[in-house]
Design a binder for this molecule. Structure first.
Ligand code: PGA
Length: 274
């Protein structure tokens, strides 16, 4: 009920979104099966989903999607420049050419394995927006930072660095995903659990406040805030009940269509617009 009154008061209530991060998993057989089953299952689920797939899966996955489908294609990373001599990278334009609408930016695995941070991620966010892709900017503290009581200062630094100089028209051009590294099921030192309701409230109120200060209410209230890390069908209801959480980013549980669809169904139960 607080959610509904928040809307009346003009508070935070963007459209819901569920994002699958397939990471570097699967093969053409699995990608096609997942795309087929997710698109079929979504016909009766009232929310939007993004499949952030390996670039090698773009052609297969996009053949199951249509322009107005509730299921969109996303990349897991883009280069900060438009084209050129950048061996191994993909550009925003290539993603769009396959019908892609979103890209993850700054996932903790990119930060850890490819040393991505700060200015580089700021450039990637700006490049995505400039090219008309919605960046899903991922940020989150490590276990050590959490244990040292540095959660909020680390998040503030990551978000402020990424959004430096970013100009938004409506707020719908940007998604932020809070993914504490200690909650990501496959990360080294993972606690293997999602944050408590208290931990989520503290972080999401703080992040929304940062957005308000930076963009003002009419834009901040359209920026989707997602939670990611050990999201499953049986904890999504608790997560999504936080008034500042508009959806979830799902790793492991997105590799099976039935568990991913169950999570999307949980997100769709939130009374936000679609
Ligand atoms: P998980 O991964 O759902 O397997 O914890 C989330 C992520 O890394 O985006």
């Amino acid at each position: 009920m607080t959610i509904i009154s928040a809307k009346k008061e003009g508070g935070y209530m963007p459209k819901t979104l569920t994002v699958a991060n397939w990471k570097m998993n699967g093969n053409r057989k699995l990608w096609k099966e997942l795309a087929r089953e997710v698109t079929a299952g979504m016909s009766e689920i009232n929310t939007k989903v993004v499949l952030a797939t390996p670039a090698a899966a773009f052609a297969d996955v996009s053949s199951f999607l249509s322009e107005h489908s509730k299921v969109s294609l996303g990349a897991q990373d883009i280069h900060q420049q438009s084209s050129g001599a950048h061996t191994g990278d993909i550009s925003a334009e290539m993603v769009k050419d396959f019908g892609g609408k979103y890209t993850l930016v700054g996932h903790s695995e990119r930060r850890l394995e490819h040393h991505e941070k700060g200015f580089l991620l700021n450039d990637k966010v700006k490049q995505a927006i400039k090219e008309g892709l919605v960046p899903i900017f991922c940020f989150g503290e490590s276990l050590g930072q959490k244990e040292n009581g540095r959660t909020l200062s680390v998040l503030e630094e990551q978000v402020n660095e990424a959004l430096e100089g970013v100009v938004l028209k409506t707020g719908e051009e940007l998604v932020l995903a809070y993914e504490p590294v200690w909650a990501i099921s496959s990360s080294a030192g993972s606690l293997g659990r999602e944050p408590s309701e208290g931990e989520l409230s503290e972080v999401f109120e703080f992040i929304y406040k940062l957005l308000l200060e930076r963009f003002g209410e009419s834009v901040a209230s359209n920026v989707k805030l997602l939670y990611g890390g050990s999201v499953k069908a049986d904890n999504v209801a608790k997560i999504i009940s936080n008034r500042y959480i508009a959806g979830v980013l799902v790793g492991g549980a997105s590799l099976k269509a039935d568990s991913f669809l169950a999570i999307a169904r949980g997100v769709a139960s939130k009374p936000n617009e679609v």
